[in-house]
Design a protein. Sequence first.
Length: 487
Amino acid sequence: MMKKILFILSAIWWVGTLWYIHRSVAAQDSVPVPDVDIVKVGGKIEKQDWYSVYWRGEKIGYSMKSVQRTASGYLINDLSYMRLPVGGTVQEIYAKSLLTTDSTFAITNFSFDLQSGDYNATADGRIDDNKIYVVLRTPVSEDTAEFEIDGKIYPPSMLPELFAAAKRERKEFRGLMTFDPFTVSRTLYEVVSQRRTKKSFGGKERDIWVVQVEAQGLRSKMWISDDGTLWMERTENGFMQAKEPQEEALKFDLSRSGKQDILKGFAIMSFWKPKVQPRQAKYAKFHLEGFKTELLELEDFNQRLSGDTLEVCAEGFEPGAKPVPADTAEEPFIQCHDLRIVKKAREIAGAETDTLKILERINSFLYENMEKDYQSAIPSAVDVLKKMRGDCNEHSTLFVALARALGIPARINVGVVYREDGYFYYHAWVQAYTGGRWHTFDPTFGQAPADASHIKFLSGSLDKQVQILRLADISIKVLEADTLCPR
């Protein structure tokens, strides 16, 4: 479940965040796709488990896992459905995967699908000779990747079975190396603690292993019986799945959604006392509590940290470090070399030669022409250009693609921004480099520069952005705000 939560939460929060390619990925003209019909290879179903999914005590969906024998190993089918409010809009998210494995449960072929509203993305591929081959598809784009791996990759959903098998054989089990096709990256699921207990599940008292697992800094607790059955799992951010009969798991009113808005649930309450309002603030000072600063990028050209005090200057305290090659590079879903993106970027720039003014034009174009709407998806720049609809991440993704299409270094920032309802909400915006310094832009708000209530936590791709999910029990106190930065 934690893999689903890592992915789906990122999709919800950033509602269209970047797809990450490992630095060792080399783009290919063509990539071999699975040479086996993984829908037809399955034999008898050995096990099928159904779960109800909850967030903070409220049922929001269900999930299922089945395992079938094949001639060479297993066919594993995972699916999940969630329906919940996101930013005041009801979002339905359906994710499924089909995996073939060898006899040790190491993945050989995979097919993943994510659907939300009118959005659909798939990832298909195979693992062969210590290489992963992936084809990523959306309705308007297709990208391929290939990279080397060291050792086998396992489905995270099989961790309970593999843990129990190791215990039966009196072997040490430290965790699993897994693969996420939607970030094209590897993730270690590490067992950090385990203990024995007795607990009643399914109307019967059972011998249970309580296993704490960590992935990308996030922890979940699993209740696993000796036969490898996962009876319950809780994540530290409020999600839970509980094993139930199929009819109970599917007993879910599809006409209703949860009452708790997930964005509001993860927002940070604070009071903005200064007379200068957030949207007009060019300078702000904050007191941070509970932040794991070693995991974040709180120091930047426009942010400086002293102890627990963070200052933000919208125009920047200094020019900042020079761009790196990744700031102008094409990524699978930031297709800055796509002819459609290049054409639109040149159209927006027109005859303008001043790079800063071109960036301001891009910012204004997106603010004025994109429909503001929450999208529980992981869109590509080409998708966004076609639909011209989305929230902060759709705006930021397309901005970065358009800027890079013109050779301008740009990156996505993720963090929080203050809204007038008294909360800091998770948000995405952009910084771009021109004239020997960095500048911030918020195409969702139409701001250039972004106001000083924007607090950047990280920049970059999904594999880094999910680190923000580690932040729990944090607070932000607004100390000062002004229309000018101190010199």
